[in-house]
Design a protein around this ligand. Sequence first.
Ligand code: HMG
Ligand code: MG
Length: 328
Amino acid sequence: PFDNHIKIVEVGPRDGLQNEKRSISLPTKIELIERLAQTGLSTIEAGSFVSPKWVPQMDNSGEILQHILQHKIPSPVPISYAFLAPNIKGLGNANAILQQHPDAYTTELPTEPEKSSPSKPGVEVAVFAAATESFSKKNLNCDIATSLERFKEVILGAKDANLRVRAYISVVLGCPFEGYDVDPRKVAEIATDLLEMGADEISLGDTTGMGTAPRTKELLRCMTAAGIRNEDIAMHFHDTYGQALVNTAISLEHGIRIFDSAVGGLGGCPYSPGATGNVATENLVYFLESLGMNTGVDLDAMADIGSWITKELERPHDSSVGKAVLGA
Ligand code: HMG
Ligand code: MG
């Protein structure tokens, strides 16, 4: 049967904020997360346990995790909060906080949100590989093979702690350093390795927004040919070239039902020169709902948040749908 249920992974508080030059206060980050939690989202990426020398903006992710565990953030559906962890040190920092609050979160992810109690948040970790050697070196300071060895440790450690694991692969449709020279079969190989290590979901990152419809189609064809199931794949489109929704349509047609986005179109990767924001959650929700898909997300509430946070960051409001909905 045709499955019209879509999971949106809101990455605004992480991908959206990691690249901002101006420092963003902890209360603003927490307000963003708390407002997003009320829109019907079931997954919010809330921070990153990476080196503060590399990404200073994510330095207070520990405090964000603490806050999530100590305060019952109201939400209409249970929410799983994701945090990036590139190595065992990052996982250790997250685990140290989780161990202080063993009863404050659940490791059982609801498959049917309405059937479980929304009182306890879930927590998941995300590792992030790259499809090209040059991007891996820039983003992780090591080659792909070394990064995979590290992720194996992180994934095993996360599984020991009963945490769900997302695994990103960046630059799958174009690389800032190697251009369109990205082999989709290599992407499928890395995805297979990560799934074998125990990752629960692969998020395919079009970091540069260079992805086009035919390339998206070919990438997903290669994933299927490698035996990877659609339900294990999420698509993570940046909208630098305005192709995110076109590529979303191609992915939907292929059977993908998980999409990453950022409210207000925030975002960009500090190690991808010129890359702009993720596809705006407002645009994604509007588009998906217009096709009869069900995201569970309140578009008006999301548009309000997009308008508020872009003002707060003194950034242009990048969501055309958000602006239209607000009559701005
Ligand atoms: P390195 O310099 O090779 O690491 O960086 P190291 O192991 O040699 O350690 C150097 C220092 O960093 C040491 O401190 C470590 O303790 C510390 P020192 O002794 O000099 O005082 N350190 C850490 N501190 C806190 N947390 C940690 C950690 N690890 C080491 N986890 C490393 C390697 C991976 C750490 C670094 O390259 C890094 O942090 N990279 C992260 C880059 C990043 O966050 N990029 C953005 C996210 S990815 C993205 O945006 C793409 C995505 O959206 C999908 C898409 O769009 O494609 C996900
Ligand atoms: Mg990204």
